[in-house]
Design a protein around this ligand. Structure first.
Ligand code: ZN
Ligand code: ZN
Length: 322
């Protein structure tokens, strides 16, 4: 596969990344991230050979709560609603601080990966804060869903609740992208068919909301048949597609020779050379090529991918903000 085919699909901004802020590497007690914002910008610029790049910084909305407030206790007089609001307000304040600190960095678009909390499609970031961000991805995360609904039930009812959540979320003007729509526990995933999401995708298309195709996994492997079915439906509907990296750590992609340390403004060039000689870049390109061939076979058109080029991305962002 040549460079031209790659850039036909991946020629635009890098969407859906989890990064450290420079000089503020946080402990991997909850999740392990490899790149800092500046490390990722320099690295991607070199990798793509462009003079500049754009990366969306979409940290998890509730990450600080999970880091430091695992056992946040509900006050004895506090209602469930008030408790839930207090958590969302705390988390939103944290995302706002982060976006204010990141905004001056050229090449970083501010954002969040917010959680879908219930069947009404409520999310874990306040509307006031989402309004101030460049990109909002809303994703279903089982861990957060369980906490907020107070239920770990897996049944047809759960499926109906999730579809209802997606359907109502599609009307939320602050949400730009529905993140990894089929990342569920296996038992729950087994209840879904790609077709189930067609009404959701049709509504999203009307609002120019994008559906994420997550390329952090090898979607050609057998366990991703639901993802492949969904890509076909998305191609038929013509909903905008966001190719998301969901970048946490390169070792999550099962590549060879991954640089073992964090990658920052100081050492990115060293990490880059390491990846050239270790075969890591080569295995990364092979991995991406498999996903590209799959995308090509599903009927999704690169013109419909919001980040296949910078022009597409600008056109989509402009339409969203009208
Ligand atoms: Zn996610
Ligand atoms: Zn993510």
């Amino acid at each position: 596969m040549n460079r031209e085919t790659f850039s036909k699909w991946f020629g635009g901004p890098l969407l859906h990344t989890h990064l450290h802020q420079e000089g503020r590497i946080v402990n991997p007690d909850v999740e392990l991230y490899q790149f800092t914002q500046l490390g990722a910008l320099s690295y991607l610029t070199r990798l793509t050979g462009r003079s500049s790049v754009l990366i969306t910084d979409t940290s998890h909305a509730m990450i600080e709560i999970y880091r430091h407030h695992q056992d946040w206790l509900q006050g004895p007089e506090e209602t469930d609603q008030a408790f839930s609001r207090r958590k969302i307000d705390f988390a939103s304040g944290d995302i706002l601080r982060r976006s204010q600190e990141s905004r001056p960095i050229s090449g970083i678009l501010t954002g969040v990966e917010t959680d879908i909390l219930n069947e009404r499609g409520k999310v874990s970031t306040s509307a006031e804060v989402m309004k101030k961000l460049d990109i909002v991805i809303a994703s279903f995360h089982w861990r957060t869903w369980k906490k907020f609904t107070g239920s770990d039930e897996i049944s047809e009812t759960t499926k109906a609740k999730i579809l209802s959540a997606y359907f109502q979320l599609a009307d939320n003007p602050h949400v730009d992208i529905l993140g990894h729509p089929t990342v569920f526990p296996n038992e729950l995933k087994a209840l879904f068919r790609g077709e189930d999401l067609r009404p959701v995708l049709e509504k999203m298309k009307r609002h120019d909301m994008a559906m994420e195709v997550n390329i952090s996994v090898d979607s050609t492997s057998p366990e991703f048949s639901l993802e492949r079915d969904l890509m076909v439906v998305a191609g038929q509907v013509g909903v905008p597609i966001a190719i998301g990296s969901d970048l946490h750590h390169l070792k999550d992609y099962q590549l060879t020779g991954v640089y073992p340390d964090y990658i920052t403004q100081e050492n990115w060039s060293q990490a880059f050379s390491h990846h050239q000689s270790s075969g890591c870049h080569f295995s990364l390109f092979r991995f991406m090529a498999r996903n590209i061939r799959l995308l090509e076979s599903t009927g999704i058109n690169p013109d419909n991918v919001i980040n296949s080029s910078y022009e597409n991305f600008t056109a989509w962002s402009t339409r969203r903000k009208l």
